[in-house]
Write a protein that binds this ligand. Sequence first.
Ligand code: GLU
Length: 485
Amino acid sequence: MSVRVRFAPSPTGFLHVGAARTALYNYLFARGNGGTFILRSDDTDTARSSAEYQDDILEHLRWLGLDWDEGIGTDGNHGSYRQSDRFDRYAEVAHDLVRKGKAYYSFVTPEELDGFKKAARDAGTSPAYDGSLEPTQGEVARRLADGETVVIRFAIPRPGTTTFTDVVRGETTFDHSQVDDFVILRSDGSPTYHLASTVDDVDYGITHVIRGEDLLSSTPKHILLTEAMGAEPATYAHLSLLMGPDGKKLSKRHGDTAIAAYRTAGYLPDAMDNYLALLGWAAGEDDDDIAALDEMVERFDLSTVSKNAAVFDVKKLDWMNGVYIRTMSDEDFADLTLPDLEAALGRGLDAADEERFRAILPLVKERTKVLSDVVPQILFLFGPLDGYDDASWQKVMEGPEAPVALAGARVALSDVEDWTTESIDGALRRMLEVEELSARKGFQPIRVAISGSVVSPPLFESIEILGRDETIQRIDTAIDELGTN
Ligand code: GLU
């Protein structure tokens, strides 16, 4: 039997990092087993679903390289793979289950249900609704004929238990006394999540359901429904939830949770995949945790996924993204950053700009964590300096050493014969000795004078690339600014 798995997001929000990890594990499991990865849309909640969210999900799955074989936008044997197109099918199954005595028309009102649950709690019995408030058979027929509001509930077999072996969590048992006779078809004829999801999993021949742990308590319902439909339940694997570094459930309080935000900030899809894989699985062969998508496909083993909650730690992601950036070729790095630079400048690069861009990029590549950090760091090389960063100015320009360092640098750089990094380095270090300045006190004012900030690419290389005239002019401007000229 060949593996068939599905990723089934509800288009009620942007693709979330936790959902992306679920998609990734489904993808790795399918690819590693020569199986089929299916994408369906759980859009039964038509009021909260939107085309914008749906597009975001598809776009970012593609961006992550998690291409699907069957499902939305591809040919398959199951129609549109959108649950909103399959309401007739769900209603057909619900009514069929009623005919088979596995489900029933339910007239119980929310108030009656509340009363039932309260009475059960008071009596110390299970508050799970068991159908005991429903009318007799004859009355059901009459009330249906009267057109009364009715839902269809699944009849949980009582007493009983459902036990399954979760690939991640091991043997898991639910006592039916804790499970409500749950609604499968609402009074307006729309399916609940439990019905739609189970019917799709059966109809699409899903062999393994890999999804978030928040759905664990739904699984006995899905298994019982599957069996009532006369089908064989899938194997289930529930992935632990993601937490923030404070141990609380990952949420916007911890920072961005949408994949789109990470893409915009300049994370690379390969680094993102690698990092997401680490949230519950040891992706790397060695301890370095670094593994490309195809290596992960080779090595992925669902049974070694951890059931412990995983911490989403942006610092580790930053580190990993930096590793991926450093392994890129200079050309690829240039291709990725050039559009941002041109956008920031509002123009294309001329030949001189182009030369500076090529010269500075390898130096920046070595120290970049996210791509969006690149342009702000190199912009000073491509036009007049656009003021100084306030915090940087206060930090290094307001001490007594700044005017000394700037005046010293002006003289030292004017005297440099061949304008190379080495000569600039030598000249400025001699200046430090003469003026008796530490490297920090002596070099930081020069850095702020030429780049506007204490955060810049390496100083001597930057000075070389900027050129002597421009460097000296910027030092003069800073000296003027200090009012010590
Ligand atoms: N649509 C559900 C969600 O977005 C997932 C359903 C499932 O995997 O069974 O959480």
